[in-house]
Design a protein around this ligand. Sequence first.
Ligand code: FES
Ligand SMILES: [Fe+2]
Length: 432
Amino acid sequence: MEKSLFYFLGVCLMVQLVNDYTSNYTEYVVIGILTSSALWYGYCFLIKPLNIQRKLADVGYEKYFTENQWVSKDKLHQIRAMMRLRKKGALPPVYPNGWFALLDSDQVNINQVKYVAALGENFAVFRSSYGDVNILNAYCPHLGANMAVGGIVRGNCLQCPFHGWKFDGKDGKCVEIPNNGSNVLPKSSVRKWQSHEANGFIFVWYHVENEEPSWYPPRVKEISEWAYRGRSEHYVNAHIQDIPENGADVSHLSMLHGDMALGGQYAAQANTSLWKIVGTHKWKAAWKVEENQKHVSILDLEHKLEILKKFTVFKMNVEAHQIGPGLVVLNFKTSFGPIKLIQVVTPVEPMIQKVVHRIYCPLYLSLYGSIVLFMEALMFERDVVIWNHKTYIEKPLASKQEITLLAHRKWYKQFYSNNSHNFSFRKETMDW
Ligand code: FES
Ligand SMILES: [Fe+2]
């Protein structure tokens, strides 16, 4: 729809302009195509927020990884086979306790319900007629229909599509059974999950011991004032802890993220590409636990780009607040102005993480915001390549530099508890 509008505008503009300069039909067509394409791509990059999407098979499973496998050529089949063959190591539990983003806020409209399977649970996420979000167990306690598939939002309730039982979003209680008069069965209710909407995401509180939330994702006030410049979404074949641990792994920065992002998703390739001649990223990093909030840790990053080994450009400082096990708020201070990047990590399976970034900046920095998101996604994919194939070394042969990594592991342990599920839990109950 948007694209046709731009092509229509392009054709109108072309007719206006070309009328004065040419009467040649071929020139008409060529100028028309060029004008409308320029308008479309200009709109996509300058005005429309980016939407970068990478599925599990898109990053780090190139031909030379998979061509010698004994399974079919189907990429997903190959990846599943590689997941089985991979030595995972003595992994920590697979689902930490905390707030996890299930969806972006704009993915659930008023009166809409969405199904999300994550954290070993099945959620029906719906936005009531009044605008607030509720999360219930997806399976109806009557006869097991998935209420997120075909269920109907009525006011603050979700109605099951099978026999029409209606459940209140605020507490999960059944409030109506059709053709049963006012006789609602006692105790007929579905599990209600605590939800919280902030910073463009819908979060669920997951705690295996059923404890109440001891903290909430903070609201970043700039997000409602600045321009939204886009999102990236990656599916990563890794344990959740690998992703936040990357922030405390200071010594990987120059090896994996030193060569320019445009050199590609493999550090080795980037190192031999022409981009290597153009410039190098220089990083300095420090990681610490926030003193007054034990569920928060802070990574301080200093970045500059050294061009032709002479000129230093794109200086920036990034303060990344890791808030709980699955949320990071990154505050960028760049030479051009400030940027906020929100990262969320959610386990959709024990060894598959969904990672979403959303970026915001003042309106005058719109183009810059899109470029930063694009570059950040390229750099992130270098980590994804490693995560997709690594094993977990419980006791790393750590050098002095790795002290922060070990400190991070100790810090992250607070999100596991006695009944946290181990990886073997998944293996026993499901056939991989
Ligand atoms: S299965 Fe939901 S009302 Fe019957
Ligand atoms: Fe990294």
